[in-house]
Write a protein of this length. Structure first.
Length: 187
């Protein structure tokens, strides 16, 4: 192999390897995921609440959700993978009244659900959505009203404590179309 061809091959290999490095996704977080990460959806009455009807009003909300995104271009095939998502913790308490030690009984419930869906077509690419949520509902031993009784610790008010670990991703795969120059003959 002569030297110019070797140089070309090395430069070509280097350029191809650079295409494998993930680059920032220009569009940011997918609109569907932006909606899925809203804390209100995990509260009583929300579409992702795991524990039936909540008691009382929601207070002491905590929401710590981070987003991520990346795009990778295949080195050989003209395919782009765009992955965006979020992961974090959502928590809150529901406070209610009229719940004395006579009717009080501490409990804790745990549940999790995963959903996935896809959309798209050949022209715009296929997108796979995934949402995972794991939650807990705790009615603590001190979560009652009125005077202390029933062998429970001193009351701190009737409440239920909820926490969720949530993670959602959107992975889009599309074929890159490269405009081609018209065929020309030497002439």
């Amino acid at each position: 192999m002569n030297l110019p061809i070797q140089k070309f091959m090395m430069l070509f290999a280097a350029a191809i390897s650079l295409l494998q490095i993930p680059i920032s996704h220009a569009n940011g977080l997918d609109a569907r995921l932006r909606d899925d990460m809203q804390a209100k959806h995990y509260e009583p009455g929300g579409k992702y609440h795991l524990f039936g009807n909540g008691r009382g009003s929601v207070k002491n909300r905590v929401c710590a959700v981070q987003t991520f995104d990346a795009t990778a271009v295949g080195p050989i095939l003209p395919i782009t993978h765009e992955r965006t998502g979020f992961e974090g913790v959502i928590g809150y308490e529901t406070h209610f009244s009229g719940h004395g030690h006579e009717v009080h009984s501490p409990f804790d419930n745990h549940d999790s659900k995963s959903t996935s869906d896809f959309s798209g077509g050949v022209d715009g690419g296929f997108t796979v959505y995934q949402l995972h949520r794991t939650g807990s509902e705790i009615h603590p031993a001190d979560g009652y009203d009125g005077p202390q009784g029933g062998g429970y610790p001193e009351p701190q008010g009737a409440r239920d404590i909820y926490s969720y670990h949530i993670k959602g991703t959107s992975t889009k795969t599309k074929i890159n179309t490269v405009p081609q120059a018209p065929f020309q003959t030497a002439g």
